[in-house]
Design a binder for this molecule. Structure first.
Ligand code: FES
Ligand SMILES: [Fe+2]
Length: 398
């Protein structure tokens, strides 16, 4: 960690800055106080009141389509095991054995936070306790030697899991929290439901680690003001005049903006066989953030999502993926599928590179204790809505 003027700021000071910043109306508001990206105290607070309490997107339902398919993913430092128990039943568990808590399913070699596979049951490498896909303990060698030991008392620790539009969310919260489909009802009904993201087929899942605070990425993704200047090789080609963007209503759980691109054919436009979208929605992009950390660029012909978490104040880890609707998928020749995916990944890699330098620049610039006042462009309203969300969560009222 690079120490700077904000690193040791007491939490009460960080919260006071957040309060002061969100007490202004948007028109005269200033950007997120730089201290919030660097104070260790605020990072710990985010861990407690946001990442340990909220729904965190861990990927897409169709990544584990069959009974026995599983994924592991880290949520707020906790390794989580997500399993498809039956055709219609997904479950989430803390990925730790119920005996002496060894990590049950190891992460992959490159990135110790996530792995994917298929299993009939899960056996701990330590003393071979074995669990069914429902998390129940089904075998524990030699435990008959312990009087009164009951398998049924020692299942895996289950977590709340919920799905919305093909996305899978898990929360570490022990109290019941309102599911995403309730929280996102107006977003679904008024804006994104017409795309039917649930039918999109996932074709990519990747991880990236950048040297920036996680909120720097949220700030970058929730505004399209930078697109014409920063994304010359990628998104700027969709030709969406900034004057035509619309920022969505204030909501406690999401923020979005949208704009229609010029062309009604090619990348970013609906496939001729798409019967879900009509009128200008056939060339409409919706960029939305499900608070706190799930970012989606939704197009008629693909979606790109990111789920970002902090790895310290000055590093973030993000899982990102791409999914495409069935009519686009069906058009890809079977023999050319790998090639198609690798070209799409290349396109997204360029877009990510375009953003990476800028997101890391935000982090470097905000280290300074001496800064001008700062301001927002009108198209940065989603970032303001996110800051208000942050403030509500820090006050304990989502
Ligand atoms: S820690 Fe898993 S079987 Fe002992
Ligand atoms: Fe960008």
């Amino acid at each position: 960690m690079n120490k700077n003027a904000y690193s040791d700021l007491p939490l009460s000071d960080a919260l006071a800055q957040l309060e002061a910043c969100t007490s202004q109306p948007f028109e005269c508001a200033q950007p997120i106080p730089p201290a919030l990206n660097h104070a260790q105290s605020f990072l710990a607070h985010e861990h407690d009141v946001i990442f340990s309490k909220e729904w965190i997107c861990i990927g897409r339902e169709d990544e584990i389509p069959n009974p026995g398919d599983y994924l592991t993913h880290e949520v707020a430092g906790v390794s989580v095991l997500i399993v498809r128990e039956k055709k219609e039943i997904l479950r989430a568990f803390v990925n730790a054995c119920a005996h002496r808590f060894a990590c049950l399913v190891p992460g992959n070699e490159e990135d110790n936070t996530s792995s994917k596979g298929t299993a009939k049951r899960f056996t701990c490498r330590y003393h071979a306790w074995t669990y069914g896909l429902d998390g129940q303990l089904i075998n524990a060698p030699y435990m008959k030697m312990k009087e009164g030991f009951q398998l049924s008392d020692h299942g895996l620790r289950q977590l709340q899991l919920s799905t919305w539009q093909g996305f899978v969310y898990v929360t570490l919260a022990s109290e019941t929290i309102e599911p995403p489909d309730q929280r996102l009802k107006t977003l679904t009904n008024n804006v994104v439901g017409r795309y039917d993201m649930g039918c999109y087929i996932t074709v990519l899942r990747e991880t990236m680690i950048w040297n920036a605070n996680w909120k720097n990425l949220i700030g970058n993704f929730t505004e399209s003001y930078h697109v014409p200047m920063a994304h010359g090789e990628t998104f700027a080609k969709h030709e969406k005049p900034l004057e035509e963007y619309v920022c969505g209503e204030d909501n406690n759980h999401y923020g979005y903006h949208r704009a229609a691109q010029k062309s009604d054919t090619g990348l970013g436009a609906a496939h001729p066989k798409n019967q879900r979208l009509s009128g200008q929605w056939r060339r409409m992009m919706v960029d939305f953030c499900v608070f706190p950390n799930h970012l989606v660029t939704l197009m008629p012909d693909y979606l790109w999502y990111i789920s970002v978490q902090p790895k310290g104040t000055d590093q973030m880890i993000a899982t990102w993926g791409v999914a495409i609707p069935p009519e686009v998928f069906d058009d890809i020749p079977k023999a050319g599928y790998e090639q198609w995916v690798s070209e799409f990944k290349h396109y997204m890699d360029i877009a990510n590179e375009e953003d990476k330098e800028l997101v890391e620049a935000l982090h470097i610039g905000t280290r300074s204790p001496l800064l001008p006042t700062g301001t927002y462009h009108p198209l940065e309203k989603n970032l303001w809505q996110f800051t208000k969300y942050l403030s509500r969560m820090c006050r304990g009222s989502p």
